[in-house]
Design a protein. Structure first.
Length: 249
């Protein structure tokens, strides 16, 4: 699997890639972690990890941290893009601006690309001036519900981070997740919107999404989200971090 973070806003690309790596390592504590920089790059590192797995772990998580400063890496990496995405191991690439060849290779092969463009100062100042209330209203939290329904863990994580960055409270997000899971459970158990007690549009989407999960999975998810919500209120867990781990299913 290959995830790519790039763009002129290198700081943002590093921050977002680090958040993904940290969440993956928390979710998969048995996975082996390898960080490759320009100075330590060799083609053999990639070749060894395309199919290999750790002796005592299920996967490798390989962070390629701005290796384009190495001329050999810049030349060779396009050849590896497709194989990295098809690998059972997880490759995370963080870079500044990509050249045309590499960007094309990643766009064709990567599971997900996140481009981080530098915001002009005027736009940044305007963004900061917006009230938290208005930003919450502008953010579509139901995009997260859809990502969960589609069983797309990376998209769910990405939308979740956007929600947090836009000031949406973790408790509100937990409520949205529970609503989606409950809707899928009801849709899986019934044949019509009336029987489920749901709006026809909501029922139709929930019915489709419910096919991505088994009844046991949905039941466990509902139990987990309720547990996280209550543990967060009791101060037993950091709800924001716990939800982030939860979404990297």
């Amino acid at each position: 699997m290959l995830y790519v973070f790039h763009g002129s806003d290198t700081h943002s690309a590093i921050t977002k890639s680090s958040a993904l790596v940290n969440s993956l390592r928390a979710k998969k504590p048995d996975a082996s972690y390898v960080r490759v920089e320009a100075g330590t790059w060799t083609s053999s590192i990639i070749e060894e990890h395309l199919g290999g797995q750790g002796l005592f772990s299920n996967k490798y998580i390989i962070l390629l941290d701005r290796i384009m400063e190495n001329l050999e890496a810049k030349e060779k990496l396009p050849e590896f893009a497709s194989a990295m995405n098809e690998s059972a191991n997880i490759f995370v690439v963080v870079e500044g601006k990509l050249n045309a060849e590499l960007k094309k290779a990643f766009e064709k092969s990567a599971e997900k690309m996140v481009e981080c463009e530098e915001i002009q100062k005027q736009e940044r100042d305007l963004s900061k001036s917006l009230s938290g209330r208005n930003r919450k209203e502008e953010f579509n939290i139901f995009a997260l519900a859809d990502a969960v329904g589609q069983k797309d863990s990376f998209k769910a994580w990405s939308v979740y981070r956007q929600a947090i960055d836009n000031g949406v409270e973790a408790e509100s997000i937990a409520g949205t997740l529970f609503w989606q899971i409950k809707s899928m459970i009801l849709a899986k158990m019934t044949s019509t919107a009336t029987e489920a007690g749901l709006n026809p549009f909501v029922f139709g989407k929930a019915k489709r999404y419910s096919n991505n999960y088994s009844p046991d999975e949905l039941g466990q998810w509902a139990k987990n989200i309720i547990g996280l919500y209550h543990d967060g209120h009791r101060g037993k867990v950091d709800l924001e971090l716990s939800l982030e781990k939860f979404l990297l299913f």
